[in-house]
Design a protein around this ligand. Structure first.
Ligand SMILES: [Cu+2]
Length: 189
């Protein structure tokens, strides 16, 4: 879904770049600021990202926040308030994620004149606490190991259950061979 949305944004951005020059004579809203602002470095990941436009913007509005882990971390659709667009983070997607690095905020909104406005802004997180690995993860691994070794006996059981058939097949082949040999001997007599 997130990939589709990113692709959709890219396509819309490409279409907008074709359409916008034709209508550049009309004023439409543009990005005037962001929090965290473009190119700045912050010491922790904020709860939300705010985008400010030169005039009122309308839905449909989309904001895609991509982290240093190259995953998207926005929670649903942004909130519109006049010329301000606020996008919160999806906390669940941030569990165990190192926030340090470059973040990209891609947006697409509809300006008051009906034109699509899209673009992106970036900021960097530096010196933020790196979350410890989820505590449930290490106990799971030992628990999974016996489960895996449980699978191995099952696999070797399959091998054992196959063995009687193999032995039976070899015995049957031997019997046929013995029978054929004794018939040949009978004919020879
Ligand atoms: Cu416009």
């Amino acid at each position: 879904m997130n990939l589709l949305r990113t692709l959709a944004l890219a396509v819309l951005a490409a279409l907008a770049s074709l359409v916008l020059p034709l209508t550049a004579a009309q004023a439409h809203s543009g990005l005037t600021g962001a929090v965290p602002s473009e190119g700045t470095t912050v010491d922790s990941l904020p709860d939300e990202v705010t985008l400010s436009f030169s005039e009122e913007v309308r839905a449909p509005a989309f904001v895609v926040i991509t982290g240093p882990d190259r995953s998207t971390h926005e929670a649903g659709d942004p909130t519109l308030d006049g010329a301000t667009v606020t996008q919160t983070f999806d906390a669940a997607t941030l569990e165990g994620v190192d926030p340090n690095g470059r973040w990209t905020v891609a947006y697409r909104v509809v300006s008051a004149d009906g034109h699509t406005v899209s673009g992106q802004t970036t900021f960097t997180v530096e010196g933020a606490e790196v979350p410890e690995p989820t505590p449930t993860s290490p106990p799971r691994t030992p628990a999974e190991t016996p489960a895996t070794s449980d699978t191995d006996p099952v696999a070797s059981d399959d091998g054992h259950s196959g063995a009687p058939y193999l032995i039976a097949a070899v015995l049957a082949l031997l019997l046929v061979t013995v029978a054929a040999t004794s018939r040949t001997k009978d004919k020879d007599k």
